[in-house]
Design a protein around this ligand. Structure first.
Ligand SMILES: [Fe+2]
Length: 233
């Protein structure tokens, strides 16, 4: 077992690491800005983040749907973090076909994401998730993560009541603070780690990219080859 596997599987469950090939990751961010030209002529990421905060929910939905055509994003993100990926899943992986580009808006009632862990979406227990913001996280617009022990405590607490993914996990007010990642950092976590957004105050929306992958030697669960593709790191 590699040190990173030990840490992510048996230890804390997540790690914040530097992106290895930042030039490549810059390309991902720049291609994203280019794709956004359909919606806004802003070429500066900060202006773009400001524009997004004044968009309606349906505009943002349209935007996120249109970004699904950005099917190079998952490969670029993984290629920017080759050592991280291969030390977790070796070189041959099942890679999420379309990376998610996620917007998170400031203000009350904007919480778009319930606290959750990735296994809920039908990925296998052998999946890893990488999440990287397109800018420094200066405010609380990031994502909070509970370490593995706390996540399991919550899951077990519900289990004892005979519930799975019920109100204990989904409705709880979490007090955790999101880690303030810098641009050029990535957070890697296992699919049992509870995470979510909190309300935050800012003039700027948060924009981040995430991708899921696992070794081809491990079995898939509900999400199979319509979600994943074979990829060599
Ligand atoms: Fe998630």
């Amino acid at each position: 077992m590699t040190d990173l596997q030990e840490h992510i599987i048996n230890g804390k469950g997540y790690a914040i690491l530097p992106i290895e090939d930042l030039n490549n990751f810059n390309k991902l961010r720049d291609q994203f800005i280019e794709k956004m030209q359909l919606y806004t002529k802003e070429k500066k990421l900060e202006k773009l983040r400001m524009t997004i905060t004044s968009m309606s929910k349906s505009q943002i939905n349209d935007l996120m749907v249109s970004l699904l055509s950005f099917d190079q994003a998952s490969e670029i993100l993984v290629d920017s973090c080759k050592n991280i990926v291969s030390s977790l899943s070796e070189n041959e992986i099942f890679l999420q076909r379309r990376a998610n580009i996620i917007f998170n808006l400031p203000g009350e009632d904007q919480r778009r994401q319930w606290p959750h862990y990735e296994l809920m979406s039908g990925v296998s227990p052998f999946t890893y998730i990488m999440w990287a913001p397109f800018h420094d996280l200066d405010d609380d617009g990031g994502v909070f993560y509970l370490d593995q022990n706390k996540s399991f405590e919550m899951i077990k607490e519900e289990h004892q009541k005979g519930i799975v993914n019920g109100p204990t996990i989904l409705n709880k007010e979490y007090n955790e603070k999101p880690p303030k990642l810098k641009y050029g950092e990535v957070i890697v976590f296992n699919p049992f780690i509870l995470h979510g957004n909190i309300n935050f105050k800012s003039n700027l929306a948060r924009i981040a990219c995430s991708v899921r992958f696992q070794s081809i030697k491990k079995p898939l669960l509900q999400k199979n080859t319509d979600f994943f593709k074979f990829y060599k790191v």
